[in-house]
Design a protein around this ligand. Structure first.
Ligand SMILES: Cc1cc2nc3c(=O)[nH]c(=O)nc-3n(C[C@H](O)[C@H](O)[C@H](O)COP(=O)(O)OP(=O)(O)OC[C@H]3O[C@@H](n4cnc5c(N)ncnc54)[C@H](O)[C@@H]3O)c2cc1C
Length: 663
């Protein structure tokens, strides 16, 4: 049999649901008399959409069956290898013999198994964490890498620097400790470092349209990755001499080595993305020049690259550094004279990185002074622990009053007591007691208090700003008030994290692709995830959480060597087996939510285009019962020919595989 296809004519479907009922009756997998109606699995559903999804289309309901995707994510994610695409017909099938329902036990609750596991639900990039952890448990690292990179082009970087919200509500915490997900991801993703094992996605047919991206940080490069995958010609421009944004010039090498960054960026270059460094928007290029050069859309991902000032006396003395400049100069290999003693001012992660870098740049004694009490410090707990472990002294509750001078350079800092940092509304509003003063001698001071963006180009180009001074963009589509201009990452959200910038870059790519194709930008974008809360815990691997091997503090002196050493393969497999399999990997990976879980049988189910019937020369039941002949079934090439005859248009947004929608 040749490759088959189903075509749904959106102008003919009247949303009567006859096909849904016929499908349930034919493929009944649950006792309808016992089940709550809402819990009955179905393979087809009829969705009501916002009017105007497709211009000139009057209908607002349509049928959503399995799309039999070209590259099915459910197939990649199944640790049992139970899902495959039949090579001759293109039908995606679940093998009931191999499917274990992700270890669904008879007592496991079917409704819960249909939900999203907290690791995926809490990940800003919505990676199918359970899927890759389960693949890793079986040693299927290459498959796991592909699954991760469906959602995140920088997993080896995230495996080192992510604040891993995936671990925060891990169901395993109810038993003992969360699964060490980030360390597992890091091991898998290090396959990207080797040209033999790295994963470079397949690029779809080349498109003529060009997209420009300003900023080669994680937001800009992620967007470049997904747009290049769609076939667009993508040019990234960045003012720095290196690509990577804050990943290159903010996060120090002892947490994120350069070769890791370079390996993951080189995949993007190899996908055909041109990254031009040393090019500044507002100086070398402008929005007008990009338009003249034929770019259809622009994504602004310019981040926050300026450090805030304290505005106190002596701030410009020699010996006073801005934290971001210091980290950037250190990353770019510039010589920096720290002296014996250094004081860092600030309580966030950038301040901790400045302090640990100052130590590596030669300062013998480094003190971090901040307004906040220890439990109010914005730095992550692990970062504070790292600083203390390396002998950084942390002094809480002081604010700088003035920088003192001797022989034309910095000699000390006078501080006043900070009595409170936040007001009753929780806003930053520090109060001081200027009678309680402290002087600390120092050779250098590093100010690491806030991150600011550059706004000149925005003001000159008519880009709207928010009241907080960020670029304004629609929160869902990231479109600015200039139709062809999109903005995301830190420059829109304020200071966030790498994985949040990745999530933003991904959304920008979806919007830009839709914008260029003239498809509604906001349809189906809201992400509401129903997360698993009741997990089967009667049986589990009793192993304790594996601990990350780290360099000892004395081994870190005077060098920027990576502190965390990574898990071994044995550790990864053992750790991955601790996963409680809250949900089902395939259900969580399906972009169309068409896979169902059968509580009684403990298996996943989905539309197989009524294989039994088509092999017997009959139509799938939905096509047979459709009263308006809105569903057509046949050989792929023939169906495609019918689709375009009489001037009908294939609605490509939904035609991901064998399923064609026409209007
Ligand atoms: C010191 C420090 C440590 C951090 N540590 C962590 C961490 O451990 N984990 C974590 O998840 N996050 C961390 N972060 C935060 C994280 O790095 C950022 O949230 C993330 O990089 C933001 O990504 P972005 O793409 O929006 O912007 P950026 O990474 O800032 O990239 C923006 C890019 O735009 C370029 N650009 C700006 N203006 C122009 C212009 N006019 N023309 C051309 N190019 C321009 C810049 O040169 C830059 O390369 C850290 C941040 C800092 C400062």
């Amino acid at each position: 049999m040749k490759q088959v296809s189903m075509m749904i004519d959106l102008n003919r479907c009247i949303g009567c649901r006859t096909c849904v009922v016929a499908c349930r009756n034919h493929k009944e997998i649950i006792d309808h008399n016992k089940a709550v109606p809402d819990d009955i699995p179905y393979y087809l559903r009829v969705e009501t959409r916002e009017k105007g999804t497709f211009p000139n289309l009057s209908m607002d309901t349509w049928v959503v069956p399995c799309q039999h995707c070209g590259e099915p994510k459910c197939e990649t994610s199944c640790p049992e290898g139970a899902i495959s695409k039949a090579p001759e017909t293109g039908i995606v099938i679940i093998d009931p013999e191999k499917c274990t329902g992700c270890e669904a036990k008879s007592e496991s609750i079917a409704v819960e198994k249909r939900k999203v596991s907290p690791c995926k639900g809490n990940c800003p990039a919505n990676i199918n964490v359970q899927g890759y952890v389960n693949l890793a448990a079986q040693g299927k690292f290459q498959e796991a890498l592909k699954l991760i990179k469906d959602e995140n082009p920088f997993p080896a970087i995230c495996g080192r620097v992510c604040h891993h919200p995936c671990e925060s509500d891990c169901s395993r915490s109810d038993v003992d400790e969360p699964v060490a997900i980030n360390a597992i991801k890091r091991f898998i993703s290090d396959l990207d470092l080797d040209p033999e094992t790295r994963y470079v996605p397949e690029i779809k047919e080349k498109k003529d349209e060009k997209v420009a991206i300003i900023g080669a940080g994680p937001a800009g490069l992620t967007s470049a990755f997904y747009l290049a995958k769609e076939g667009y010609q993508v040019n990234v421009f960045d003012r720095l001499p290196v690509a990577g944004g804050m990943m290159a010039v903010g996060i120090p090498e002892y947490r994120l080595p350069n070769d890791i960054l370079e390996a993951e960026i080189s995949v993007i270059r190899d996908m055909g993305v041109e990254i031009q460094t040393g090019v500044t928007l507002g100086e070398d290029i402008s929005l007008d020049s990009l338009k003249e050069d034929g770019f259809e859309a622009v994504f602004m991902a310019t981040g926050l690259h300026f450090g805030g000032r304290l505005d106190v006396d002596g701030e410009d003395l020699p010996g006073v550094f801005n934290g971001l400049d210091l980290l950037k100069d250190s990353a770019l290999g510039k010589k920096i004279e720290m002296g014996e003693k250094a004081i860092v001012i600030g309580g966030g992660n950038a301040a901790i990185d400045s302090a640990l870098s100052a130590k590596r740049l030669g300062a013998k004694k480094v003190t971090l002074v901040c307004l906040e009490h220890r439990d109010e410090m914005p730095a992550w707990d692990q970062e504070i622990a790292d600083a203390l472990e390396e002998g950084i002294e942390i002094v809480n509750g002081l604010g700088p009053l003035r920088f003192m001078e001797k022989d034309g350079r910095l000699s000390g800092i006078e501080f006043q007591l900070c009595t409170s940092v936040f007001n009753e509304k929780g806003e930053f509003d520090p109060q001081y007691d200027d009678c309680q003063l402290t002087i600390m001698e120092t050779d250098s001071a590093i100010i690491a208090i806030s991150l600011l963006g550059e706004r000149d180009f925005a003001e000159n180009s008519g880009i709207a700003l928010t009241s907080a001074g960020g670029l304004w963009a629609d929160p869902i589509t990231l479109q600015t008030r200039i139709e062809w201009l999109f903005a995301g990452g830190d420059t829109v959200s304020g200071p966030k994290t790498v994985v949040e910038a990745i999530a933003s870059g991904k959304e920008a790519a979806i919007s830009i692709d839709r914008y260029i194709r003239g498809v509604n930008l906001s349809e189906d974008r809201a992400k509401e995830m129903d997360m698993v809360s009741d997990v089967y815990k009667a049986e589990y691997d009793p192993a304790k959480r594996a601990q990350m091997p780290r360099l000892k503090p004395e081994e870190r002196v005077g060098n920027f060597n990576e502190i965390e050493q990574g898990f071994t393969e044995e550790m990864v497999i053992q750790e991955a087996k601790r996963c409680l399999n809250c949900g089902c990997s395939c259900i969580q990976s399906c972009p169309f939510s068409v896979i169902q879980f059968d509580g009684e049988g403990g298996k996943s189910h989905k539309c197989d285009l009524c294989q039994d019937r088509i092999y017997a020369g009959e139509l799938p039941v939905c096509a047979e019962v459709c009263m308006t002949e809105a569903i057509t079934f046949g050989e792929y090439d023939l169906v495609k020919q019918w689709a375009v005859c009489d001037g009908r248009t294939i609605v490509t947004d939904l035609s991901k595989g064998s399923m064609l929608y026409i209007k």
